[in-house]
Ligand binder design. Structure first.
Ligand code: F3S
Length: 292
């Protein structure tokens, strides 16, 4: 079996930066916490724990030392509270998310009703809402856009990982909901590149293995875009979930991974797949040559 890797896979720029900043924050003398898990990947969370970096759900749970703001970002109130507690802030907010937060803030100041196109409960969207002084409306579907009343001025930002085509559909509805529409384009291309590369590879192989945390929305989406395009895809969190029957009679397999999947997890999956192929149980015909 031949194994191929998707051209764009694994850590995006913002996640890699956040993980590097966290690892550089290790401090023997003071406690170091991330505010929420640094990424949706249990292996990385336990790797950081091993290095002495704990994950705390709330600032109240961090008594002293450093607090690492993850790539999703947080609202202005969190910076203020952290300063009040004398915590050292390591701000690993992805610069693309920062841009969306700043855009929401500026639109609010200029008198626009802010609309965030995204998933209401996503931590990044929550952080953008906070930068709009909790005034923003969140719209995830065309239906929700249709339900908005008419406003004189609407200012739109989007969740960085929102699908570009769905964003355009929602924009065309928002145009009918106001007298003036200002659009800040804050979609990041990392998600799109991973999805396109996954579909490109899925077309060339018999089966796709999608690696990433089970609670990582972008990893789940990679598996669903492959399936929606009619290809077989399995979503696994680690190499231990691979099943040899998935590769029975398979000539080629592809691997991709969500934006929060560390390289070493991808490499373990690759190595295990290679090993599975080599150890394939072949019942030889008398006189035949068995490979491996
Ligand atoms: Fe940033 Fe885009 Fe990744 S917004 S965290 S580089 S998906």
């Amino acid at each position: 079996m031949k194994i191929y890797m998707a051209e764009h896979r694994g850590f995006c720029y913002g996640v890699k930066r956040a993980v590097d900043m966290a690892l550089n924050s290790v401090d023997k003398d003071r406690p170091v916490h991330t505010l929420g898990p640094i990424i949706h990947n249990p292996q990385m969370v336990s790797h950081l724990k091993h290095k002495g970096i704990e994950s705390a759900d709330k600032l109240e749970d961090i008594p002293a030392g450093k607090v690492i703001i993850r790539s999703h970002g947080v609202g202005p109130d969190v910076y203020l509270k952290a300063k009040d507690k004398n915590l050292e802030i390591v701000d690993a907010t992805c610069p693309h998310v920062k841009k969306a937060q700043q855009a929401a803030y500026e639109l609010l100041k200029s008198g626009y009703q802010v609309v965030i196109v995204g998933e209401c409960h996503h931590p990044e969207v929550q952080s953008i809402i906070a930068w709009s002084n909790n005034q923003a409306k969140v719209v995830e579907t065309p239906d929700e856009a249709n339900q908005l009343p008419h406003y004189p001025r609407l200012g739109v930002v989007s969740q960085t990982t929102f699908a570009a085509d769905e964003f355009q559909t929602i924009i065309s509805i928002l145009k009918t909901k106001c007298d003036e529409l200002k659009i800040e384009r804050t979609i990041c291309t990392a998600t799109d590149l991973r999805q396109k590369a996954a579909i490109d590879l899925a077309k060339k192989v018999d089966v796709m293995i999608v690696v990433g945390g089970k609670s990582s929305a972008n990893t789940a989406r990679l598996a669903s875009v492959c399936r929606d395009a009619g290809h077989k895809a399995y979503h696994i969190e680690s190499a231990s979930e691979l099943k040899s029957e998935w590769f029975a009679g398979v000539q080629s397999a592809g691997i991709t991974a969500g934006a929060s999947t560390p390289d070493w997890v991808i490499e373990e999956v690759y190595a295990k797949m290679e090993q599975m192929t080599m150890n394939e149980v072949v019942t030889p015909e008398p006189g035949s040559i068995v490979k491996g």
